[in-house]
Design a binder for this molecule. Structure first.
Ligand SMILES: NC(=O)c1ccc[n+]([C@@H]2O[C@H](COP(=O)([O-])OP(=O)(O)OC[C@H]3O[C@@H](n4cnc5c(N)ncnc54)[C@H](OP(=O)(O)O)[C@@H]3O)[C@@H](O)[C@H]2O)c1
Length: 279
């Protein structure tokens, strides 16, 4: 085994249940890389201070999760084009004493959808939620050329802000971007509904109405580790349902590639996590 003393961590709050260390260690094993990868609870107030500590301790990279992705975007000295567009960073590389920010959430979602056989080209998509996750994946969704992308959110004003932010990008990509309130959404003909809310943690009601789902709808919940009310609703209505574990694994694979320049095999990670009784 090659001895490489590279240190990584995932930071956020809460962080206790993060699977990222396990996933990255399983990837590292594929290339016989010896790395260490911790989870560290960091809040918004202490982010700058903690980043400086990681730098002085010669960490090579950090994954950034809720609620720090936008703050990390503001603090990185260099940013990938996608990070600039999404104003979000989930992967930091620490090089030459500087923080380089990237975002891999969008690519993680698209790769997982593609692996599941879901083609977004010319699809009608409903994206539910207007928080960090929705904003981090929307650029990649638009780049897949759906015919329509509808946005909806509990606080509909946030969908309006989102629409204003993404309007030009959608136009450039010939995608029709609209807001759909829960009431008055035109029909139940969405091909794909993506739940990018955290509603599953706080509510036993799905964030969308039954009328939007039919048996041909692909329902994808970015949340993982539980069967959310949105997933239960989709099962009840005979739709095809997925949780966000595949996205988590694929976004981690892209972070791994940024740091190590290696592309890990992702297909067996879910079963390896099961064997380890982590899921
Ligand atoms: N699989 C992955 O790799 C991956 C990656 C990123 C995120 N995620 C998941 O995506 C989810 C959202 O994360 P985030 O970073 O976007 O969080 P966030 O920035 O806090 O946004 C939360 C979103 O959920 C909505 N929401 C919360 N409670 C709700 C409820 N009871 N009913 C309806 N809507 C509700 C919020 O609506 P309001 O605006 O009205 O408050 C907002 O749109 C989380 O479950 C997270 O774990 C998964």
């Amino acid at each position: 085994m090659t001895l490489i003393s590279k240190h990584f961590a995932v930071i956020g709050q809460p962080i206790k249940h993060s699977l990222s260390p396990h996933i990255h260690l399983l990837f590292a094993k594929q290339f016989e890389l010896l790395i260490d990868y911790e989870k560290v609870e960091v809040n918004r107030e202490t982010l700058l201070n903690r980043l400086d500590k990681f730098k002085s301790k010669k960490y090579s990279g950090l994954n950034v999760t809720l609620p720090l992705k936008h703050d990390a975007y503001l603090l990185c000295q260099e940013l990938s084009e996608k990070s600039k567009l999404c104003e979000s960073v989930n992967t930091i590389s620490i090089k030459d004493n500087q923080f380089h920010g990237d975002t891999t959430d969008g690519i993680g979602l698209i790769r997982d959808l593609t692996k599941k056989g879901i083609n977004l080209n010319q699809a009608r998509i409903l994206l539910v939620g207007a928080g960090g996750a929705a904003n981090a994946v929307i650029a990649d969704l638009i780049e897949c050329s759906p015919s329509e992308l509808h946005l909806t959110n509990r606080t509909i004003e946030k969908s309006m802000v989102m629409e204003a932010h993404w309007k030009n990008f959608a136009e450039k990509n010939s995608v029709s971007l609209n807001i759909s309130g829960n009431h008055g959404v035109d029909s139940s003909n969405y091909d794909v509904i993506i739940n990018a809310t955290s509603a599953g943690f706080s509510s036993n009601i799905s964030p969308i109405e039954d009328i939007l789902v039919n048996k041909k709808t692909y329902c994808y919940d970015m949340t993982y580790g539980m069967e959310t009310p949105f997933m239960k609703q989709a099962i009840k209505l005979n739709a095809t349902v997925f949780d966000g574990l595949g996205m988590l694994i694929e976004q981690a694979a892209e972070s791994f590639h940024i740091w190590h320049k290696e592309k890990p095999e992702t297909n067996k990670i879910k079963s390896e996590l099961k064997l380890l009784k982590l899921i």
